[in-house]
Design a protein around this ligand. Structure first.
Ligand code: DX5
Ligand code: ZN
Length: 211
């Protein structure tokens, strides 16, 4: 069964500690970091991750949407990131960023924009813990899922069965079934979880269970 990773971007920023309690059943918490340059939006920095670390037992899955992720790996790891994902389209050498993540003690992941061919990840596949397949252009929550990138999942799984595949962007009760059928291991969901009256129930429904 796929894991559901609530995306903190859709939480109430005036009460993040409380929001974490609303998703206490989640095993993974997805945290979006934006630099206003790789994507046209800003979100949060390592201080927020550090402040939340003692409040949540979830795996902290940090998604870096940064032009230059390399200088920030250590600070996110020290702040409490368990998994650190950066974009293949970022401007740092992916091999060096993966080295830095592994050396920091976190698990490395690569993310790709909807239009980026999956083959670009192949040189790094053996070293990756996870791949985040973006089904929206990164930068904002609450967008509509693009189905086309879901085709990348099977190809990736065939070549690298060890990789955990996340789908990120526009995952809702309507679109979750196609993400699960496409073979995703983790469904990242912001609006669909934090926007729900009962997030725990929303997560069960997103997994395909009965709420
Ligand atoms: C988009 C972020 C996503 C976003 C998903 O750039 O990477 O994680 O928070 O939000 P929803 O689920 O609302 O599309
Ligand atoms: Zn994300």
């Amino acid at each position: 069964m796929a894991y559901i990773a609530p995306s903190l971007l859709a939480a109430d920023f005036s009460a993040l500690g409380k929001e974490l309690e609303r998703v206490r059943e989640a095993e993974i918490l997805h945290i979006d970091i934006m630099d206003g340059c790789f994507v046209p939006n800003l979100s949060m920095g390592p201080q927020v991750v550090q402040a939340l670390r003692p409040k949540g037992g979830q795996v902290f899955d940090v998604h870096l949407m940064l032009v230059h992720p390399l200088p920030y790996i250590d600070s996110f790891r020290k702040a409490g990131a368990d998994w650190i994902t950066f974009h293949i389209e970022s401007q740092d050498d992916p091999g060096k960023v993966i080295d830095a993540i592994v050396e920091s003690g976190a698990k490395p992941g690569l993310a790709l924009r909807p239009g980026t061919p999956i083959e670009e990840l192949y040189p790094y596949g053996e070293r990756l813990h996870s791949v985040t397949v973006m089904t929206v252009e990164p930068g904002f929550g609450g967008q509509k899922l693009m189905p086309e990138p879901l085709k990348k999942i099977r190809e990736l799984k065939q070549r690298f069965p060890h990789i955990l595949v996340e789908v990120d962007g526009g995952v809702t009760l309507e679109t979750a079934p196609q993400c699960r059928e496409a073979g995703a291991d983790v469904l990242v969901a912001g609006t669909a979880v934090f926007g729900a009256e009962r997030p725990g129930e929303a997560m069960v429904l997103l997994q395909g269970g009965q709420g």
